[in-house]
Design a protein around this ligand. Structure first.
Ligand SMILES: [Mg+2]
Length: 458
């Protein structure tokens, strides 16, 4: 995986050393000699990972990291702190500042690269989501500068799996101060609990008596329901095999036993924040998609989507030599509804007619609002007779169904005129189909309305 790493250290020899190591593993490297330069390099190059020295004159690594995490431009970039200190209090300070992990000098290469790879894997996913999310920014769905990396995540839910009942009790009690916690001491049942619990984090011990904790974690990472839940492993201090193995298949972080509770709290918070950020990006994306393709009032597809989809369906039908039909429906004398009762009532009428259309078409059909009081239904694998029959069913349903409105008249009766067209042989187009349906609709209107007219294939 080619990726860009920003190396920050005030000692040139340290920078050089890391640069060489990383370059040998085919990473691209940019460097900075202090915190200020680090921030400007990060903003300019948007690296995939930052290796940040703790002890630097001027602004130290903690402060630099905190500033990076407050900047929505770069807050998503994982930070690994590089330190000579192995003091737990300093590790906690770093994690509190938003660092994703620590490596201690002298740097153990295997541990470093396992870390780097694991963080980069997560970042690839986030980048994909961030890219999609740019659209939402442009559309104003997500407020610019919104930074879920600094949000409060208390109240999130955590599953802890540990058959050491004493340790489990201590962990869950400590976590319960800030989170909803479920402790499981019998790992056999953990799978179904994890799959059904909607957790934001799973903590699993690798030191289980009868179960392989790594296998359990790997199972979570492979299942649809639990794949996106971050996993923190509890590992024995000497068990670097478990650490590396876990990071390799997607465990997000580990806590060394015996557990330091402040460090655990900091790591838990980082993982949950990352997950919430990812969730927010995903849901923004889905909202954007659905807003972009549907009509607000009726919930039908909009004209934009119809046009895109129409061409696809036409191509598909022609290639497979299958029939395709299209109907256009227009509400008769709709203007008088708006004029007499106002636009709110007009909207209620449109919404209910759209509901009738939805009710009378098959799930393979596509209903769209073309604009105003005009609707289109695209019907794949439907010949002219079937399409005319469907149009007639809709016409009758609208004619015979009183429309309830929030007005003293209580209900209104409306009718629709419908034009039907069918796909011709090779060379036909979506726009041609629409045009013929529109001409048929025009004839229905001229012929007295409340009618279905079929276009004659040319
Ligand atoms: Mg230094």
């Amino acid at each position: 995986m080619s990726a860009l790493v920003l190396v920050v250290d005030d000692v040139p020899a340290n920078v050089k050393l890391l640069e060489v190591k990383l370059t040998n593993e085919y990473y691209d490297v940019v460097t900075a000699k202090d915190g200020f330069e680090a921030i400007s390099q990060a903003k300019q190059h948007k690296p995939d990972l930052i290796l940040l020295d703790v002890m630097m004159p001027g602004m130290d690594g903690f402060e630099t990291c905190r500033k990076m995490k407050e900047d929505p431009d770069i807050s998503h970039i994982p930070v690994v702190m590089v330190t000579a200190l192995s003091d737990i209090a300093d590790r906690v300070r770093g994690l509190e500042a938003g660092a994703d992990d620590f490596v201690t000098k002298p740097i153990n290469d295997i541990a470093l690269f396992a870390r780097v790879k694991s963080l980069l894997r997560i970042k690839v996913l986030l980048d994909e989501l961030r890219m999609r999310d740019k659209t939402s920014l442009q559309m104003g769905v997500l407020a610019e500068g919104q930074n879920t990396f600094t949000q409060d995540v208390s109240g999130s839910s955590i599953l802890v799996i540990d058959d050491d009942v004493v340790q489990l009790k201590r962990l869950t009690e400590r976590l319960a101060q800030d989170y909803k916690v479920e402790g499981v001491s019998k790992p056999e049942g953990a799978n179904s609990i994890a799959a059904n619990g909607n957790f934001d984090l799973i903590i699993v011990s690798t030191q289980l008596a009868d179960t392989d904790g790594l296998r359990l974690a790997s199972h979570f990472k492979s299942q649809e329901e639990t794949r996106n839940i971050p996993i923190l492993m509890l590992v024995d201090e000497d068990d670097s095999r478990a650490m590396l193995k876990g990071l390799e298949f997607g465990v997000n972080d580990y806590i060394i036993m015996p557990v330091d509770y402040n460090e655990m709290a900091a790591r838990v918070k980082t993982q949950i924040r990352r997950k919430k950020y990812q969730d927010a990006l995903k849901s923004n994306y889905q909202q954007t998609i659905s807003r972009a393709i549907t009509d607000n009032l009726t919930g039908l597809y909009n004209r934009h989507y119809l046009n895109a989809h129409l061409d696809n369906l036409v191509r598909q039908a022609l290639n497979n030599n299958k029939p395709l039909s299209l109907i256009i429906l227009d509400v008769d004398h709709f203007k008088s509804v708006n004029d007499t009762y106002g636009h709110d009532i007009g909207d209620q009428v449109l919404k209910q007619i759209a509901d009738m259309v939805i009710k009378s078409i098959r799930s393979a059909d596509l209903g769209a609002r073309l604009g105003g009081e005009e609707f289109v239904v695209l019907m794949p694998e439907t010949d002219s007779q079937q399409a005319s029959d469907a149009a007639e069913r809709i016409r009758k349903m609208v004619e015979s169904t009183p429309i309830k409105v929030a007005h003293e008249v209580g209900q209104i009766n409306k009718t629709v005129s419908i034009g039907v067209a069918f796909l011709n042989e090779m060379g036909d187009s979506g726009q041609g189909l629409l045009k013929r349906a529109d001409e048929a609709l025009y004839k229905a209107k001229n012929g007295g309305r409340n009618k279905v007219v079929s276009a004659i294939s040319e």
